[in-house]
Each structure stands twice: as structure tokens, then as C-alpha cells.
Ligand binder design. Structure first.
Ligand SMILES: C[S@@+](CC[C@H](N)C(=O)[O-])C[C@H]1O[C@@H](n2cnc3c(N)ncnc32)[C@H](O)[C@@H]1O
Length: 336
């Protein structure tokens, strides 16, 4: 998701004031997520990105025989989720940590195995909306962008502290921004940059006028890139997915909603690896030791419905991938 799409949501809804200061986040592909977990064995579902607890609430409502263990690193999200899930107090617990530390969350909650794991990646609507969180290029705020408000460094450290070459790499890699070099040069020349709107002005000024008119707000990709860097969003992901798969019981499922190509590439790669896919030469026996632990669940819509995309612009870039843990030895890979 990105702040621009989200802002457009608001414009459509005419609800800017109404949303201010509230944890109001519409869960993406909620019905599809409920369907994914409808058939998993009773037990614990890990919500690795609890946010305001929207998906968790739907899961707890639909499956009276499951408990939810929610993880988030944002204390405001955990507070909001606790309030929302209050009526499920006996079936919902939460833990503040990064999702690559899900082992410690499971240990703290005395959970051994999982019936399901859900990752709804990226930032929540309230994180984007509240100007003081510093994620928005439209609402002026400090250069912050930390999901974990106690984390030691913020967007200001990246924007005002990184070498030009590192800024270029971040903006190009995490923002898919073709003008990364020009933007990084402009940022360095404009230092110190103190606020989000000032950063947006500098970025916009670095992009050729013709290119500014396409693809949403010109600062959108740079803000996404800096946010990903500040929160090490992609670093945490591969390990978290692997751990969640390891912890699933047979028949348990993992579902991941990603919102940009960098995330989806990682998700696809980790799930592919868990299917035991190997790159050994065709016609020869597999010698790479690949082991199949999941099969990909097909028939689940990969994208939100057109209606959902229309109603919730933030959902429009979502991609859902789902895999199911198999019984040990239940390997259905085609033999070469
Ligand atoms: C898109 S929101 C989730 C919204 C939630 N599904 C709902 O329905 O309310 C993503 C949440 O995941 C959290 N988050 C993102 N990356 C994380 C990580 N590596 N570790 C822990 N929490 C993370 C963010 O703080 C945010 O609250």
C-alpha cells in the first residue's frame, strides 16, 4: 500500500477529519482470508501483522475453535487490536515484536504449533494517516516513518545521514524509481530536510516535469523506499515466512498479502522453496536435497475483487499467496 492510494481513498470517502487520530483500517480481502483458514485444523492462527485486529476479528468470528496469537511492533496497533478483540479475550493474545522473532512470541504464549499464519504486509491506514508518524508526503510531519516508535533510528537518519550512493540504492531498489540518482543528489543538496512535505517537494523537484504527471504523486515511490529501509521490512520477511511454515501442523495454511513487487518476489521465492522445487538438471535425480513441506493452494483469488479495488484503493495492489503444510513424506513433486 502507499500513502497516495490511501489519500485518494479519503478523498473518495470525504472522511479526512473523521479518520484523524483513529485506528481505522479496512482489512484487505477479508472474505478470501476467512475462506483460506476455514478448513485448517483447530488450534492457533498466528496473525503476524495484527494491526488494528481486523483480520483477526474476522477469523475469530468465523472459527470458534481457533485462537489467535497476534504480533505487531507498533504499540498503537497493539492497543487498538486489544480493544477490538476484547470480546475474544479468552481466545486472543498479542505480543510486541518483529515478525521474524515469531518463535519468541510463540514461546511467550506457550504455543508449539500453528494451524495457520497470516501476513498482511506493509503499513496500516492509521500509520499513514497520522501526520506525526511521518509516513505521509501530504500531511506535514517529522521525518519519522518508524512502525516501532521506540526504534533507534528513523527516516531523518536515512534522509539526512546516508551517503548519496546508499540513498540511490535504497530509492532504486525499494522504490523501483528510475530517477533514483537524481532524487538522491537533490536530497543531499537540500540537507538538512526536516519534514515530510519538504522531502516531498525536493523529490518532486528532482523528477523531470513530464514524468511527474504520470503514476500518482511523484514522491510516492521514494517515500515507500525510505519506509522500507527504516523498518528493514524486507530483511525480516524471508526468515519469518520460513519459521511460520516450519511451525504449521499438516493441513495448516500460510497466507501472505503483499503490496509491491519486492515483497511479492520474496514471498514467491520462500513458498517455492518450501514446495521442494529444485534446480537440478532435468532428467537427472535431484541431488540438491530440496524437501517439500507445503503445496501451493490454488483456486484462491490472487487479487481483490474489482469492487474491493474500487472501494478501497489501498487494496488495489494486493497479491495473495497461500500454501498448505503437507503430511511428512506426502511429497507430490513430479519425479524427473
Ligand atoms: C497492513 S497492517 C495489518 C492490518 C491488519 N491485518 C488489520 O486487519 O487490521 C500491517 C501491520 O503490520 C505491522 N508490521 C509490519 N511489519 C512488521 C514486522 N516486521 N514485524 C511486526 N509487525 C510488523 C505494522 O506495524 C502494521 O500494524
Amino acid at each position: 500500500m502507499d500513502a497516495d492510494d490511501h489519500r485518494d481513498d479519503h478523498r473518495d470517502d470525504h472522511r479526512d477529519d473523521h479518520w484523524a487520530g483513529r485506528f481505522d483500517h479496512r482489512p484487505v480481502m477479508e472474505e478470501e482470508i476467512v475462506d483460506v483458514f476455514r478448513s485448517v485444523p483447530a488450534g492457533v492462527i498466528l496473525d503476524a501483522t495484527l494491526g488494528g485486529g481486523g483480520h483477526s476479528e474476522a477469523l475469530l468470528d468465523s472459527r470458534p475453535d481457533v485462537q489467535v496469537l497476534g504480533i505487531d511492533r507498533d504499540p498503537a496497533a497493539l492497543r487498538a487490536a486489544a480493544e477490538r478483540l476484547d470480546r475474544f479475550a479468552d481466545r486472543a493474545t498479542s505480543h510486541r515484536c518483529r515478525f521474524d522473532a515469531l518463535d519468541s512470541a510463540m514461546q511467550a504464549a506457550a504455543v508449539d504449533r500453528l494451524s495457520g499464519a497470516l501476513f498482511d504486509l506493509g503499513v496500516s491506514s492509521p500509520q499513514l494517516d497520522q501526520a506525526e508518524r511521518g509516513f505521509s508526503y501530504r500531511h506535514d510531519g517529522p521525518l519519522d516513518m518508524r512502525m516501532d516508535t521506540d526504534a533507534p533510528w528513523s527516516a531523518a537518519d536515512v534522509v539526512n545521514g546516508y551517503a548519496e550512493s546508499d540513498l540511490t540504492r535504497v530509492i532504486r531498489t525499494y522504490g523501483d524509481e528510475r530517477f533514483a540518482t537524481r532524487i538522491a543528489r537533490a536530497i543531499v543538496a537540500a540537507r538538512p530536510i526536516e519534514s515530510t512535505v519538504r522531502l516531498a517537494q525536493v523529490v518532486t523537484g528532482a523528477i523531470p516535469a513530464a514524468a511527474r504527471r504520470t503514476g500518482g504523486h511523484p514522491a510516492k515511490r521514494t517515500f515507500q523506499a525510505i519506509r522500507i529501509e527504516v523498518n528493514s521490512e524486507l530483511d525480516a520477511l524471508p526468515q519469518a515466512i520460513d519459521h511460520a511454515i516450519d511451525a504449521l501442523v499438516p493441513g495448516g495454511r500460510i497466507a501472505v498479502l503483499s503490496y509491491h513487487s519486492g515483497e511479492d518476489r520474496i514471498v514467491k521465492d520462500r513458498l517455492r522453496e518450501a514446495t521442494g522445487a529444485c534446480d537440478c538438471p532435468v532428467g537427472l535425480p535431484c541431488v540438491c536435497g530440496a524437501v517439500q513441506t507445503v503445496r501451493i493452494v490454488r483456486g484462491v483469488p490472487k487479487r481483490p475483487s474489482i469492487d474491493e479495488q474500487r472501494e478501497n484503493r489501498r487494496a488495489s495492489s494486493a497479491i495473495l499467496r497461500v500454501a498448505e503444510r503437507i503430511e511428512p513424506g506426502d511429497d507430490d513433486r513430479e519425479r524427473r
